[in-house]
Design a protein around this ligand. Structure first.
Ligand code: ADP
Ligand code: MG
Length: 343
């Protein structure tokens, strides 16, 4: 169900000039600026000066001045904006501000997913950017789920996309150094990580999607509720919880995902998978056909909440592609605490 953006739509566009290959601003002026002028969308451009600039700005801004906030960057800048909104006292109202995404980063998972939900033929790079610019001009607003994430330090974060541990988190962070090549950095990172493939020990439990969850989760020091499923294996190559269809522009990870399906799509790969088999899974993900292999090491569950407790001393956990404190972590989807999104 869609509503329409107010016209004229007073839009704040946040650009991270360092995202992707460092060309977000040029991409904006080259491809989007004229489109917005043509569609009579009044906008103010804000160029971020440092990490967490957008987060602080959104936390303190007078949001009544804006009908929409648009992020021209990768998923990392949107993560800042959403968390900045949720840190406000008036978060319930703040999170209703329609958000939009113009893919300018190297990791544009949400933009790729939104484009996919629009049933347009697949698009990459500038073509994906144009499609998202067009959606912005159309100005239809729908809703997306939000996931709350709890860390051991009792810090709480909000996630719109993913929680990753093991192979996927390592590739995401280690490939940052290849960001100048754009989205292909994930393939390069995958090949490098495959060469030093490792096993990560930990405990994983989840609330299956067949069971509804209306209460908040117990704290991380309490046992998981009795109706949760506890995974027997403790040796993993990766754990990935994702809320949308795409993990990157060319990684169609969840073929059946929908914008606000109220689900966390949980994937894990258990130890013992061969390097070629793991590579095959990632290559097949480009066409969304990885589940069709029937790989015995790959498990896919639809869940409402999950908890991960790493046992391995070293490793990385990412939320929406950003590194978070390493340690026990749990997450829960809030289908009724949606935020609004421009399609
Ligand atoms: P990419 O997809 O290329 O990684 P992101 O949007 O994820 O692009 O941004 C990468 C990181 O840069 C994020 O951690 C974000 O918080 C941070 N960031 C945002 N603005 C700036 C800035 N002006 N300078 C440096 N880092 C920034
Ligand atoms: Mg990023």
């Amino acid at each position: 169900m869609y509503t329409e953006l107010r016209r004229p739509c007073r839009t704040m566009i946040l650009v991270n000039p360092h995202s992707g290959r460092g060309q977000a601003l040029q991409l904006f002026t080259g491809h989007i600026q004229a489109m917005l002028t043509e569609a009579s969308v009044p906008y103010t451009l804000v160029i971020t000066e440092h990490q967490n600039h957008a987060r602080e700005l959104v936390r303190n801004a007078d949001l009544t001045q804006w009908d929409a906030l648009v992020i021209m960057s990768g998923d990392g800048l949107l993560f800042e904006v959403i968390n900045g909104m949720m840190e406000r006292e008036d978060w319930q109202q703040a999170i209703q501000t329609p958000l939009g995404m113009l893919p300018g980063g190297s990791g544009n998972a949400l933009a790729a997913s939104i484009h996919h939900y629009s049933q347009s033929p697949p698009a990459w790079n500038e073509e994906l950017l144009l499609s998202c610019g067009f959606m912005l001009c159309k100005g239809l607003v729908g809703s997306l789920d939000l996931v709350s994430v709890h860390l051991a330090s009792s810090q709480r974060l909000f996630s719109f996309l993913s929680l990753a541990w093991g192979f996927v988190a390592d590739v995401d962070i280690e490939s940052e150094k290849y960001r100048h090549v754009g989205a292909i950095r994930f393939l390069m990172g995958t090949l490098v990580r495959l060469a030093s493939l490792r096993v990560y020990q930990g405990r994983l439990a989840y609330l299956p999607s067949s069971l509804k969850n209306y209460s908040l989760l117990p704290s991380l020091c309490q046992p998981v509720p009795e109706n949760w499923t506890v995974v027997n294996e403790e040796d993993f190559v990766l754990v990935l919880a994702i809320c949308h269809s795409h993990l990157a522009e060319d990684l169609w990870t969840v073929p059946g995902a929908m914008a606000d399906d109220g689900l966390i799509h949980l994937f894990y790969v258990t130890a013992g998978i061969s390097r070629p088999a793991l590579l095959r899974l990632f290559l097949a993900m480009e066409r969304g056909s990885h589940l069709a292999y029937g790989c015995p090491h790959l498990v896919y569950e639809k869940v409402r909440a999950l908890r991960l407790e790493p046992i391995s001393q070293q490793g990385m956990i990412t939320v929406d592609g950003e590194v978070v404190e390493y340690g026990p972590i749990q997450a829960q989807v809030h289908p009724r605490m949606v935020f609004r999104w421009i399609y």
